[in-house]
Design a protein around this ligand. Structure first.
Ligand SMILES: Cc1cc2nc3c(=O)[nH]c(=O)nc-3n(C[C@H](O)[C@H](O)[C@H](O)COP(=O)(O)OP(=O)(O)OC[C@H]3O[C@@H](n4cnc5c(N)ncnc54)[C@H](O)[C@@H]3O)c2cc1C
Length: 398
């Protein structure tokens, strides 16, 4: 779908071409055309003084039974017998939404040989109910079986909100769930809230991170959103009680056309970036790949991980799996050191949740200093070796 141009009203003045943020409008001497790049943002509609542009009707109007949906659900991800931290974070966020709305909070566990401890842990993070679907066919993750099971449960129980982690698993099957339920999904939200009318306010960066957009889903249910790990804060509620529900789903839910032959654990330790307590990140200021050894050295001193800006990744100095930011990983370590990183908004959205941010940059006006807890205006090639020496000396290692 794209913006519609009424040719009878259009004067080919060209104003809309200038305001379109995604360059989807081209105006010639005789006509204005809208390309498939149109995002239906509506800026052209507001700008056209001749009323020649309109947006197509989105959807078919409110679903008749919106009021029959109630409750907040979190898809509870787990691996190797442990609840994924993102599930703690989402339950904590979901609890606040549910309390504001005056409804219950439920978690959904799909898998095989699911222990009671898993459910208890979900309750300790605020779940009033845990739906447990325990089937051998769910032992390994499968897009089809997981999506079918979750969709079946949603259709039966009708939650008004469904949240999931923007992990590789969530990214893989949650869009399928949204498509099967014919509802909207906002990926990678950085903030969630709820309006008085019960609309989920789903905030996420848009237009390359230059604006924060708050997206709503007024006409369909459930309202679905994914959130990256470490974006929300986990809050344990020891003593919170809940109950386990074990729904029986029909066999066809567990069928899949994909057979998983083997699961090979990721060898690349940089995948641990999101788990690290200390991250030392190098940017384009590092100048060449060999200089990443300076960053590695400091990271090692703190038992931390090495991060990188997209600038450094684009130069080919380090693998993309190290990238922090909007198109990389979102991290929130206790200590984040940004060395030779300018602090572009796309980088900052991926690390601003860190507890302490130390920035080292020779430019005192670098934007990274706006988010830094401690700023060091210095040449990194002088500062970093001296800093490492000082730490080693304090520890009596030299
Ligand atoms: C859609 C989109 C998504 C993006 N996603 C990401 C993302 O996920 N992550 C990300 O990082 N970027 C992302 N970017 C790119 C981002 O806009 C910046 O271009 C990038 O972060 C710049 O990397 P940098 O800070 O390392 O490089 P630069 O902007 O080149 O900055 C280098 C910094 O190093 C400093 N410096 C240079 N020499 C020294 C020295 N000797 N000592 C101390 N300081 C020194 C300079 O003063 C400068 O501030 C994205 C961009 C777009 C459009």
């Amino acid at each position: 779908m794209k913006a519609l141009i009424d040719r009878l009203k259009c004067t080919v003045c060209g104003v809309c071409e200038g305001v379109c943020p995604v360059s989807a409008i081209s105006v010639s001497e005789t006509s204005a055309e809208v390309s498939d790049d149109c995002t239906l943002c509506g800026m052209c509609v507001d700008t056209c003084e001749f009323g020649a542009i309109s947006l197509p009707e989105v959807g078919t109007g409110p679903a008749a039974d919106l009021a029959s949906y109630s409750g907040v659900w979190v898809y509870a991800e787990w691996r190797d017998g442990t609840v994924h931290k993102v599930s703690h974070e989402l339950l904590s966020a979901g609890r606040k939404l549910a309390d504001k709305r005056g409804v219950g909070l439920a978690a959904v566990l799909l898998g095989s040989r699911l222990t009671e401890e898993l459910s208890s842990e979900l309750m300790a993070y605020g779940a009033d109910e845990v739906y447990v679907v325990d089937r051998p066919e769910l032992a390994r993750f499968s897009d089809e079986a997981y999506a079918n099971s979750l969709v079946r449960l949603v259709r039966e129980k009708k939650p008004e909100i469904l949240l999931a982690g923007a992990t590789s698993m969530g990214r893989s099957f949650i869009p399928r769930v949204a498509a099967m339920l014919e509802t909207g999904l906002t990926a990678d939200c950085t903030e969630l809230d709820i309006s008085d009318e019960g609309l989920l306010l789903q905030t996420r960066p848009a237009f390359g991170g230059n604006v924060m957009a708050t997206i709503i889903c007024p006409n369909k249910r459930p309202q679905m959103a994914t959130v990256r790990p470490k974006v929300m804060k986990p809050e344990r509620r020891d003593g919170h009680k809940g109950r386990i529900i074990a729904p029986v789903l029909p066999d066809e839910c567990f069928q899949s056309r994909i057979e998983v032959l083997e699961v090979i654990p990721e060898k690349d330790q940089t995948a641990k970036l999101t788990e690290a307590d200390v991250i030392v990140t190098g940017g384009r200021g590092i100048r060449k790949p060999e200089n990443f050894s300076l960053i590695e050295d400091v990271a090692q001193l703190f038992g931390g991980a090495v991060g990188a800006s997209r600038g450094a990744v684009e130069e080919g100095w380090i693998a993309p799996s190290h990238q922090v930011g909007q198109t990389g990983r979102t991290v929130a370590p206790t200590l984040y050191m940004a060395v030779g990183v300018a602090g572009a908004i796309q980088h900052v959205v991926g690390m601003q949740g860190s507890q302490v941010i130390v920035a080292v940059n020779k430019d005192p006006n670098a934007p990274i200093f706006d988010v830094a807890t401690y700023g060091v205006v210095a040449d990194l090639f002088e500062f970093i070796p001296a800093f490492s020496r000082k730490i080693r000396a304090e520890r009596g290692e030299v």
